[in-house]
Design a protein around this ligand. Structure first.
Ligand code: ATP
Ligand code: MG
Length: 327
């Protein structure tokens, strides 16, 4: 059973002069294997919504079912909450601020220990998670988290969640404050984690161009409601709605629209990959193959020279660079 949220409402500071309705009736179903991107203007309720998904906010109204773990208002069940936290891995904004143990290894072990697993099981999971996020286990295990770069710290924080082996991974603005190289690394990591660890992923993002490169489905929040919920490849139909909500239209959609008005129809385009493919399909007379197209598409991430790693390395999660947080 997937995730099913019905008529979820939430009001902060209820019954006080500061009362603020953050969610005004959210209905959302997420299937196993979905890669959901959540977009929405600031204050639209995105974070409040995802905090519900692993019980960090007490349910006021509506219902939540996560793989059979059912939450309803006024139901107190510590065991359900514990199961939920093992099922939904939550990566907060700037998760590195929450590292607190004196070694990387202890920090990553914190979550799985709380699941009540044996010491060997915890140790095995910690090693696997640290390797999975692309860090050198032998090198970082005994180091203090504060000695690491911003991008490395964020990986450690993500490893701590992965070590709980959640079925669903939820990330709130996972690339906030990183430089372009650090962003690219975190996005490749999320794609890898979806394949190898948590098959269902929900990502909140402010950056429509970023999210359309990865998500297979886009959910747009507006004033505490779901404004629309579409497969990624249909997002190009919703440009005006996005604009009306103060959100950006994907760059590739804007370019394709401009070209269409000038008589060049590239068909359905949502992200830069689509745009490159459509242009090649329409204009290439040299017989480009998949490798050529992939190279062209990767050229939008122009890291060569700047960081000493090629764009294709970056996309496959290899390569150098610090991924330092700029914030
Ligand atoms: N702890 C809180 N107390 C009172 N009001 C809050 C609290 N947290 C959020 N709100 C309010 O609830 C609404 C929804 O906030 P939320 O953080 O869920 O939005 P968001 O979509 O995540 O925004 P952002 O893109 O800025 O992160 C906003 O109006 C916000 O001001
Ligand atoms: Mg938020």
């Amino acid at each position: 059973m997937p995730i099913e949220v019905k008529d979820l409402e939430y009001t902060y500071s209820q019954g006080t002069p500061f009362e603020k309705k953050a969610l005004a009736g959210i209905d959302l179903t997420v299937n196993e294997g979905d890669f959901v991107g959540i977009l929405g203007h600031t204050g639209s309720g995105k974070s409040t919504f995802i905090l519900h998904l692993n019980g960090l906010i007490k349910l006021q109204s509506g219902s939540i079912d996560v793989f059979g773990i059912k939450l309803v208002p006024d139901k107190k069940n510590k065991q359900d909450l514990r199961r939920l936290r093992g099922t939904v891995g939550m990566v907060f904004q700037y998760p590195e601020y929450q590292l607190f143990e004196d070694t990387v290894e202890k920090d990553v072990a914190f979550g799985p220990k709380n699941l009540g697993l044996s010491e060997e099981e915890v140790a095995g999971r910690v090693e696997r998670a640290i390797r999975l996020v692309g860090l050198d286990y032998e090198d970082v295990r005994s180091r203090a988290p504060f000695e690491l770069s911003g991008g490395q710290k964020r990986r450690v924080a993500i490893a701590g969640i992965i070590a709980m082996q959640p079925r669903v991974l939820v990330l709130d603005e996972p690339t906030a404050g990183l430089d372009p190289y650090g962003k690219e690394q975190i996005l490749s990591l999320i794609t890898k984690l979806k394949k190898e660890c948590s098959p269902t992923v929900i990502v909140i993002s402010h950056d429509v161009d970023e999210i359309t490169r990865f998500a297979s489905r886009i959910v747009v929040f507006n004033d505490g409601k779901v404004a629309f919920d579409v497969p990624m490849n249909e997002l190009f139909r919703h440009g005006e709605e996005l604009q009306a909500m103060g959100l950006e239209i994907p760059k590739a959609v804007r370019i394709a629209d401009e070209l269409r008005m000038r008589g060049i129809d590239l068909g359905d385009v949502v992200n830069a990959d689509d745009l490159v493919r459509a242009v090649v399909r329409k204009f290439d007379k040299t017989g480009m193959d998949e490798t050529d197209i992939a190279k062209l598409s990767a050229a939008q991430f122009d890291f060569d020279g700047l960081y000493g790693a090629s764009a294709s390395d970056v996309r496959s999660g290899n390569g150098g660079g610090s991924g330092e947080a700029t914030a």
